[in-house]
Design a protein around this ligand. Structure first.
Ligand code: CAA
Length: 378
């Protein structure tokens, strides 16, 4: 970690301990999202880290963003994910938007005044994203969007939505990407999902009923929306990996601290080799995940092919988070299963990391396809 990253980490630690940690148990119970926490992260410059300074961002890179997300996730996976998904929306606008689109939408996102959301999934199009059915019919001056998007992180609290909709025939080549603002007539929100974890982060249906979107809100060319979504997910998979690393680190921390103080059979339970081996394996999972996430971010920052390693980082780090949080509950035993200690929440927050931004089965598809390409090109 370089000096700047160390400084960012320390700044975040202070903010999270003061502003996030005290609310986490309560807000997990009541499913409350606090916009003032998100804005606080924005005030410190953590909501638009990778966007150029002329659009209100911090002009940093994905290695820096990964360090920040790991630190936030030690205290709250839901807030880390809100920052991560909003960063993905900003990256889409920054990479594929016109100068006018960047000027219009980026500053409020980079400063944390507003949140961004990414609308790809539908009831019949989860892993098979290219089969999406939402349509964008060309009309005079723009498009009419009809359809329902599902499981949208920050649905209802976000102001800017990137929406993938079909302008052409079947398959990936018929998909285009649009920017749709909250408040646009025809855009509404469906039910808020009742979830196992990530309870502080609202997940909703986003519904489009004859929703007119002007032509100037389309991102790049018609038919290139699927590529926009996939390129965004290549980065999103690095940042979700970084979130998983933070959760893993915190779960290990809780397990080690507890095992050093909990006495059974006249000694701290840490002294039992069975538990030492478990914690050694947990530490190994943590450090190997961190290295893979750092490597994926470094490759991306250097403009080198990063898709395969990004999928590996997401797969490894989120599986590690699931395993380590489960083992942390086991080490704490009876109290680990109660809400008196945070590890049961960590275990619930880990599960969906293996599902979002491409299930860990989809990550294997991406890795295998890249392997095939590499071998065929030799
Ligand atoms: N970058 C740029 N273009 C890409 C790309 C990438 N990473 N991956 C694929 N493409 C292009 C391909 O080159 C191809 O274009 P050409 O025909 O011109 O070459 C086109 O896109 C179609 O690609 P595929 O044939 O590979 O598409 P596929 O239908 O076989 O799907 C898949 C591949 C990897 C399974 C993909 O559908 C996928 O990633 N599915 C998972 C979806 C997903 O991750 N959803 C997450 C939802 S968002 C979320 O979870 C956020 C949140 O709330 C936290």
């Amino acid at each position: 970690m370089n000096e700047l990253q160390l400084e960012l980490k320390n700044q975040l630690k202070k903010f999270c301990l003061e502003k996030i940690e005290p609310h986490m148990e309560h807000d997990d119970e009541t499913e409350e999202f606090r916009m003032d926490i998100f804005r606080g992260l924005g005030d410190l410059g953590f909501c638009g880290m990778t966007i150029p300074e002329n659009f209100g961002g911090a002009g940093l890179n994905y290695q820096d963003l990964s360090v920040a997300l790991t630190e936030i996730a030690k205290y709250s996976v839901p807030y880390a994910v809100t920052v991560s998904v909003s960063a993905m929306v900003q990256a889409i606008i920054n990479d594929f938007g016109t100068e006018k689109q960047k000027q219009t939408y980026l500053p409020k996102l980079t400063t944390g005044e507003e949140i961004g959301a990414f609308c790809l999934s539908e009831s019949g199009a989860g892993s098979d994203a290219a089969s999406l059915k939402t349509t964008a019919k060309k009309v005079d001056g723009g498009y009419i969007i009809n359809g329902t998007k599902l499981w949208i992180t920050s649905g209802g609290i976000a102001k800017t939505y990137i929406v993938m909709a079909r302008t052409g025939g079947e398959g990936a080549k018929g998909v285009s990407a649009f920017i749709v603002r909250d408040g646009t007539p025809g855009l509404s929100f469906g039910k808020k999902e009742k979830k196992m974890g990530w309870r502080t982060s609202p997940t909703r249906e986003v519904i489009f009923e004859n929703c007119f979107v002007p032509e100037e809100n389309r991102l790049i060319n018609e038919g290139e929306g699927f590529k926009v979504a996939m390129a965004a997910l290549d980065k999103g998979r690095i940042t979700i990996g970084a979130v998983a690393v933070g959760l893993t680190e915190r779960a290990l921390d809780e397990a080690v601290k507890y095992s050093l103080t909990r006495q059974q059979f006249n000694q701290a339970i840490f002294e039992f080799q069975g538990l030492q081996f478990m914690m050694a394996d947990m530490a190994l999972e943590l450090e190997s995940s961190r290295l893979l996430v750092q490597e994926a971010a470094r490759l991306y920052d250097e403009g080198r092919p990063s898709q395969k390693i990004a999928s590996m980082a997401k797969l490894k780090a989120t599986d590690a988070a699931m395993k380590v949080t489960t083992d942390a509950v086991q080490i704490l035993g009876g109290v680990g299963y109660t809400r008196e200690y945070p590890v049961e929440r960590f275990m619930r927050d880990a599960k969906v990391l293996q599902i979002v931004e491409g299930t860990n089965q989809v990550q294997r598809v991406v890795i295998a396809r890249q392997l095939k390409k590499e071998y065929q090109s030799h």
